[in-house]
Design a protein around this ligand. Structure first.
Ligand code: C5P
Length: 408
């Protein structure tokens, strides 16, 4: 898997305070570094009971700072510079004690002193026993920190690592902290800010009886990649997804559906939108009435005849709407031959603005690559075969250009 270098050139100061969730900080360091960040760590004294400075140093490849009164470390890089050089400070795990110090401006150890000297954004990931999190003192401190502009991720609900108790207090998942860090540090232009996009992705499943269904091999990779790229460009994205096994992209609202009719209803509810992209491989037909019980073999050797009816064409329905038609409606067309010719016919028949025709002659389902031709009313443009992520980025660039040049 290629990991986007979303944190390239960024310097992150990770403050690890003393809770059992400190073990997750080691993974957090890896994920941040994988994305190109330089990670330096401050560990509180209590944190060193859970993970060692040796492990943290090995994973960061940097000196680990543990003492306020350390002459060598202060000569190397003073705590004020340590605070100032960070583009982002992450406190993970943030204990109730450290949050209390932060909320009151105490500076009696390295972590709290650095936190008082920072000018960059600070993201805290609290982790503590649910009773401690719920305590009015902690809640007061959390409110104060939010009022001071400190960013929060979590705590999440779930079982505590040490006591097995359930409640709110678990540290956010590592990838949720990473996503939040990416969001805070993302200063790329947002050409689609303020625009709303609806996307369909994945297959649909049409039930035959309670245990059987008709479906197809769509993985949802291309649709999900487009949803992610639209969100990266600042759009507010609703992803209507059939059953897939891939992870949903960050920063999009996912509506899970099963059948084509569910998908059509979900798209309807998601409108109005500025952009609609139909990538789902929707089953064209469904069984007209699903058997209420599991169908049994009747000994005749014949497969029972299934009465099939056509599913709604979601793309055509949206493209031909009189009211609330999105300004830009994009469909996909899987073709094995005469790509451009067939796509042009589909463009007219469906009433879409653009059709992305993909060449499925060499198999595209489930793979990471795609070879497409963008067909618009003005002509056709063949793009070089590339990854589904690149196709998504290119398509979103074109969408952004279109909104720049056409006032819609
Ligand atoms: O007609 P065909 O299935 O080839 O058209 C493909 C395009 O139409 C894709 O964009 C697909 O998502 C969309 N479609 C739809 N609803 C259907 C069938 C196809 O939205 N019932």
């Amino acid at each position: 898997m290629v990991i986007r270098q979303s944190l390239e050139g960024r310097s992150i100061l990770l403050i690890i305070s003393g809770g059992i969730a400190a073990y997750k900080s080691l993974d957090l360091i890896r994920r941040l570094r994988e994305r190109g960040a330089r990670v330096r760590c401050v560990m509180s004294e209590a944190a060193q009971n859970f993970v060692t400075p040796m492990a943290v140093g090995a994973l960061t490849g940097e000196t680990v700072f543990t003492q306020l009164w350390d002459r060598d470390a202060e000569q190397d890089i003073g705590h004020i510079r340590l605070a100032r050089e960070a583009d982002l400070v992450i406190v993970a795990p943030a204990t109730a004690d450290l949050m209390a110090k932060m909320a009151n401006g105490l500076a009696n150890d390295l972590a709290s002193t650095v936190l008082l000297a920072v000018s960059s954004p600070v993201l805290v990931a609290p982790a503590m026993n649910p009773a401690m999190w719920d305590h009015p003192a902690t809640q007061r401190n959390a409110d104060q920190l939010m009022a001071d502009g400190i960013l929060f991720t979590g705590p999440a609900d779930g079982e505590m690592a040490e006591s097995g108790e359930a409640g709110t207090g678990r540290m956010s998942e590592v990838m949720d902290i990473v996503t939040e860090a990416e969001r805070v540090l993302d200063d790329r232009p947002k050409p689609l800010a303020g625009k709303r996009a609806v996307i369909t992705s994945g297959p649909t499943r049409e039930a035959i009886d309670p245990v059987r269904y008709i479906s197809n091999h769509s993985s949802g990779k291309q649709g999900h990649a487009i949803a992610a790229a639209l969100a990266d460009a600042g759009a507010d994205v609703i992803l209507v997804s059939g059953p897939v096994t891939i992870d949903p992209p960050a920063d999009v609202t996912v509506v899970d559906v099963v059948s084509a009719q569910d998908m059509a209803d979900a798209v309807d509810r998601a409108l109005p939108a500025d952009i609609a992209v139909f990538v789902a491989a929707v089953a064209d037909w469904r069984v007209s009435s699903q058997a209420p019980e599991k169908m049994k073999k009747d000994g005749s050797g014949q497969f029972p005849a299934l009465d099939m009816v056509e599913n709604p064409d979601i793309l055509r329905g949206v493209a031909q709407r009189k009211e609330n038609r999105p300004a830009l409606v994009i469909g996909f067309a899987a073709e094995t031959e005469k790509l451009e010719e067939h796509a042009k016919v589909k463009l007219a028949k469906k009433g879409a603005d653009w059709i992305v025709a993909n060449d499925v002659s060499e198999g595209v389902f489930g793979t990471d690559r795609n070879s497409v031709t963008l067909v618009t009313k003005g002509g056709a443009e063949k793009w070089p075969a590339s990854s589904k992520d690149q196709v998504a980025m290119r398509l979103v660039e074109r969408i952004a250009e279109r909104f720049e040049t056409v006032a819609v």
